[in-house]
Design a protein around this ligand. Structure first.
Ligand SMILES: NC(=O)C1=CN([C@@H]2O[C@H](COP(=O)(O)OP(=O)(O)OC[C@H]3O[C@@H](n4cnc5c(N)ncnc54)[C@H](O)[C@@H]3O)[C@@H](O)[C@H]2O)C=CC1
Ligand SMILES: O=C(O)[C@H]1O[C@H](OP(=O)(O)OP(=O)(O)OC[C@H]2O[C@@H](n3ccc(=O)[nH]c3=O)[C@H](O)[C@@H]2O)[C@H](O)[C@@H](O)[C@@H]1O
Length: 438
């Protein structure tokens, strides 16, 4: 089939490449000329395992191309996906200006007699599909189209396998013609397809992300009780998670959830529920626990060092999770900035995220030293904090790390290391919700 994706970011670019991989012909549109130029030159603007090969292979096979022209994209496609940002506003509600603009732009290029399915893949509040349809109709009276909601559930860092093997595909549609075309789009993925109305599909996305955030806050609250009682949250999570009704996934205690989606989507769901007159107080508690989690962790570091001012602290990890270069709303970055605000001298290392952290002005390189390797970061450090659980941190030579440090004190914010191994190497080891983690 011929598909167009408007917005070539984390969702648009990876979806486009995966659709091409299964045989569709895909045009990815973006209004950021630098991004389009880079993609046309074979450069991939984001780090996502497996993406570079996938893009190059499908461009070479002429199934994938990039343009800045929405006219080109819509003209050459039966199905037009929208994958532009839906950032939060100050009050937590969703800024829909990107979506509204794309709806007007699509209206401007739809031709009479040429039916298109317009698919919203961005994460949007319930009832947005209706507004997209109204907008297109208002700006193009003769347009023939249906609006479908098709929320995306990929995780950064494993976006390619998530898209190639989805747990489910949700299609929110009020038109049989549009549903049939959407089923054809997804047929090669052989995934379970759930067809719903548009509003339900939109709600599924916010409800899913909020539930996953709730699961994380739940285990983080349990971690606090473990620390107070001497229990071990990893064992507790295993014991809870072995119940198939609960499951072990997303029960990893740590510094709390971050990233470009969970924080904004929980806020959005709170705002939507308020607007609809059914406030979702439980989610406010989820946010409160998440914020408290980082502060509790910093308290632990402060307790051990007495004061943070002038202390030499190494931080491993800046991205919001491993295997990505995405530093948007990263708890690791929030941690670094809080330490710096208290006068600590921070040296940080991240395998992929340092460049973007500086480029997007999320850290100030005059205040935070960036090290080229994990070992460089720990030189003379009075404490090491693990903030993001990149696999390479498990494989370092801990004897060398200990030798390099001023004081062998480790705070593991993601429970990556084995407490016994750390003790064997002579570290004083603090984790989250684990024995010895007080
Ligand atoms: N990042 C993720 O893991 C996931 C994100 N989502 C949702 O997908 C949506 C997009 O998120 P990301 O891909 O992370 O955003 P992003 O910021 O990485 O990419 C968005 C792209 O849209 C482009 N754009 C903006 N306005 C445009 C326009 N008028 N015409 C053409 N291109 C335009 C931007 O230049 C940018 O390249 C959001 O609603 C997000 O909540 C959903 C699932 C996963
Ligand atoms: O809507 C989205 O954008 C996406 O949001 C999340 O994906 P993502 O944010 O890429 O990454 P996750 O693996 O979900 O991690 C999110 C945050 O939760 C934290 N987390 C995750 C799991 C866990 O057990 N504990 C925990 O603290 C991670 O460290 C990270 O900061 C969802 O998992 C995806 O299904 C969804 O499509």
């Amino acid at each position: 089939m011929d598909l167009c994706i408007i917005g070539s970011g984390y969702v648009g670019l990876v979806s486009g490449a995966c659709f091409a991989e299964v045989g569709h012909h895909v045009v990815c549109v973006d209004n950021d000329q630098r991004k389009v130029d880079a993609l046309q030159a074979g450069k991939i603007p984001i780090y996502e395992p497996g993406l570079e090969d996938l893009v190059h292979r499908n461009v070479a096979a002429k199934r994938l191309r990039f343009t800045n022209s929405i006219q080109d994209g819509v003209d050459s496609s039966q199905v037009v996906f929208i994958a532009v940002p839906t950032p939060p506003q100050v009050d937590g509600s969703v800024d829909l200006t990107y979506i509204e603009r794309v709806a007007r732009e699509i209206a401007g290029v739809l031709k009479p007699g040429e039916y298109r399915v317009v698919v919203d893949k961005s994460t949007v509040p319930v009832k947005t599909g209706e507004k997209v349809a109204d907008t297109i109709r208002r700006y193009n009276k003769g347009a023939e189209f249906d609006v479908v909601s098709n929320p995306e559930f990929l995780r950064e860092g494993c976006a390619v396998p998530d898209l190639m093997n989805p747990d489910r595909v949700v299609i929110g549609s009020a038109s049989q013609k549009a549903t049939d075309l959407m089923k054809q789009v997804y047929e090669p993925f052989r995934a379970p397809i759930l067809v719903t109305d548009v509003n339900s599909a939109e709600l599924i996305k916010h409800a899913a992300n909020s539930f996953l955030s709730l699961k994380i806050s739940y285990i983080n609250a349990v971690a606090a009780i473990c620390e107070a009682s001497g229990a071990d949250v990893e064992m507790v999570a295993d014991g809870i998670g072995m119940d198939k009704r609960i499951g072990r996934n997303f029960l990893n205690a740590g510094l709390g959830y971050g990233g470009s989606c969970f924080p904004k989507d929980v806020k959005a769901f709170i705002a939507i529920s308020k607007q609809l007159g059914t406030p979702f107080k439980l989610l406010e508690e989820v946010e409160r626990i998440n914020a408290a989690q980082l502060n509790r962790f910093i308290d632990k570091v402060r307790n051990a060092l007495w004061v943070l001012k002038d202390k030499q602290i190494a931080v491993w990890g800046l991205t919001f999770k491993p295997d990505t270069d995405d530093v948007r709303n990263s708890v690791a970055i929030e941690l670094v900035n809080k330490l710096v605000a208290e006068g600590a001298h921070v040296t940080a290392y991240d395998p992929k995220g340092a460049e973007k952290a500086v480029e997007w002005k999320l850290i100030d390189p005059t205040k935070v030293k960036l090290a080229p390797t994990p070992l460089d970061a720990v030189k003379d450090a009075e404490a090491l904090i693990l903030a993001t659980e990149w696999k390479e941190f498990s494989n370092v030579d801990f004897a060398e790390v200990k030798q390099s440090m001023h004081t062998p004190l480790v705070f593991d914010g993601r429970n990556l290391f084995d407490p016994e191994t750390m003790a064997q190497f002579g570290f004083t080891y603090h984790a989250v919700g684990r024995a010895g983690g007080k």
